[in-house]
Design a protein around this ligand. Structure first.
Ligand SMILES: Cc1cc2nc3c(=O)[nH]c(=O)nc-3n(C[C@H](O)[C@H](O)[C@H](O)COP(=O)(O)O)c2cc1C
Length: 324
């Protein structure tokens, strides 16, 4: 296990609520951190660019106040997600704001993040980078990231195709930093499985969209409750990068989820849409394969309590089976 000191006594569950374009803002992040799981959001969600400073001040103030009123409680640190891609022209400006606030964790996506690692390490911040294969994992490790997020088959949004059984065990042979596992983890049983496989933290996105604090339309939350794994479509049509989306939202946009055209890679666009008139993320809803377990959209605190019970149950089940 390679859990950084920052996360040793601050978590109720070994979980990071992953960054979600449009969906994660201060309300969700604050609720996650108060419940004892890391809350995160993409810096790009704070618009215009000046908003990021405001959001970070609000998150820090509310968590600080909560900690002083509840000294016995575990309150998790927050994380900011930086999309390292040519289309993100505010990357270094956002990073300056993160340095000013000494943001505890930076989550990087897409390009290997050398300049972000340097900036975060200048004040003792941690960098976790998300990857879908070993080649990208090695590149990020060479650049000194503190953790690797292994985005495996079935993850919501941009996702890989490798089984977690393959990727976690292979990366663990040589990477000694923190390992986060992502892809279709929707309950405490999934969290316990990730840890049993050797991950330090489970990285969960879709499950947190169906919560009271998420910035998502009620129709989106209801669709996550209503549908299951077989409704998820893996395509690169909407952003040029392969990802998982809810088939019914694709059909509602007038496309046939079973016969989608192939993406035009010259039109990759991560911030605000895709190659069709319907916008990725706003109209075409990202979702992982773990939605079959989502039956409600409760407040985050209630969801985390429930997952803690499931996590304990899974650990007990394992002990019972191991001793049988
Ligand atoms: C609606 C949606 C938006 C997402 N937006 C981002 C994002 O802005 N940045 C990022 O690094 N990952 C993003 N992701 C990926 C998640 O952070 C994470 O890898 C994924 O949700 C984990 O799989 P799960 O949804 O099956 O739990 C997004 C995923 C979804 C479903």
């Amino acid at each position: 296990m390679a859990l950084p000191a920052l996360l040793k006594d601050t978590l109720e569950l070994p979980v990071v609520g992953s960054p979600l374009f449009i969906v994660s803002g201060p309300e969700l992040v604050i609720a996650q951190c108060k419940a004892g799981v890391v809350g995160s959001f993409p810096a790009l969600n704070a618009r215009p660019v000046e908003k990021l400073d405001e959001w970070l001040s609000r998150i820090e103030d509310e968590l600080g106040e909560y900690k002083s009123r509840n000294p016995g409680r575990k309150v998790a640190p927050y994380a900011v997600n930086q999309i390292c891609h040519a289309s993100n022209d505010r990357l270094m400006k956002d990073m300056e704001t993160c340095v000013k606030h000494r943001a505890p964790i930076i989550i990087t996506s897409l390009r290997p993040p050398a300049e972000i690692v340097e900036a975060a390490h200048s004040y003792g911040g941690l960098v976790f980078h998300d990857v879908i294969n070993v080649k990208h994992a090695r590149k990020a490790a060479e650049q000194g990231v503190d953790g690797l997020i292994l985005v495996c088959a079935g993850a919501g949004g941009h996702a890989g195709t490798l089984s977690p059984f393959a990727l976690v065990r292979e990366v663990k042979q040589w990477f000694k930093g923190t390992i986060l596992l992502s892809g279709a983890i929707s309950d405490g049983f999934g969290v316990a499985s990730a840890v049993t496989l050797g991950a330090d933290l489970a990285y969960m996105g879709t499950r947190f969209i169906a919560t009271a604090e998420a910035n998502a339309a009620d129709e989106y939350k209801s669709a996550l409750v209503q549908h299951a794994a077989h409704d998820i479509v893996y395509t690169n049509l909407f952003t040029g990068v392969h990802g998982n989306y809810l088939g019914p939202s694709i059909a509602a946009a007038g496309l046939d989820p079973d016969n989608l055209p192939v993406a035009d890679k010259t039109k990759m666009n991560f911030g605000s849409g895709g190659n069709t008139k319907s916008k990725a993320w706003r109209d075409i809803w990202g979702s992982g394969q773990g939605i079959g377990q989502i039956t409600d959209a409760p407040p985050v605190a209630e969801l985390v309590d429930r997952m803690k019970r499931e996590f304990d149950q899974a650990r007990q089940d394992l002990l019972i089976r191991a001793s049988a």
